[in-house]
Design a protein around this ligand. Structure first.
Ligand code: FE2
Length: 188
């Protein structure tokens, strides 16, 4: 029965990609970088138990990544910031909007871990409603473009959660338009 939490693309909250942007081996490489550099993660949100690793801050990032990861980043037609986000397990997801000035008005989020039970991103109409409007489930562990300027939270389970993010200053609708017209990545 149709309901408010269908697992499908739902504008203006998120867009579910129907194919990979990075292969499984590339995602495993990024997960390895995250685990090896875990002491370099910085606190993103204390209340939401989120940490981040900005890859441009790593001295050896450019030689550590594969050609295909480098191509994905370099082929982007918009200026992009890349980072790995870590969510601690066993925590309630805090509903929030990302700060509009931090260059993350929308992000392409690529699941890295866990790839068997990857927690979804939930979007909410208000801070106190009981049922989310819609749920981005990262079908087949494919990426989602999601709108950080809509009220959202990240579900948690008993495992930590890592994802690789391409972050855009542009608004969700603008980036989605480029994706739909195959203009976001020049060489893909
Ligand atoms: Fe967020």
């Amino acid at each position: 029965m149709a309901g408010p939490c269908l697992n499908k693309s739902m504008e203006p909250y998120f867009y579910q990609f129907e194919e990979e942007l990075l292969s499984l081996s590339d995602r495993e490489l990024l997960l390895g970088i995250a685990r090896n550099s875990f002491s370099n993660f910085k606190l993103y949100s204390q209340s939401d138990n989120v940490n981040f690793l900005k890859l441009s801050d790593m001295v050896d990032f450019d030689i550590t990544i594969s050609d295909s990861i480098r191509n994905l980043i370099n082929s982007c037609s918009l200026q992009v910031k890349v980072m790995i986000i870590h969510h601690k397990p066993h925590k309630p997801g805090i509903r929030h909007l990302d700060t509009p000035t931090n260059g993350r008005n929308c992000v392409i989020s690529i699941p890295l871990y866990p790839l068997d039970m990857y927690p979804p991103t939930l979007f909410w109409k208000s801070f106190n409603c009981e049922i989310p409007i819609v749920k981005a489930t990262y079908q087949n562990f494919y990426p989602c473009l999601f709108n950080t300027q809509k009220l959202h939270s990240v579900d948690r389970n008993d495992r930590e959660r890592f994802n690789f993010q391409l972050c855009f200053h542009e608004q969700f609708g603008e980036v989605l338009e480029l994706i739909r017209n195959n203009k976001l990545f020049n060489s893909l």
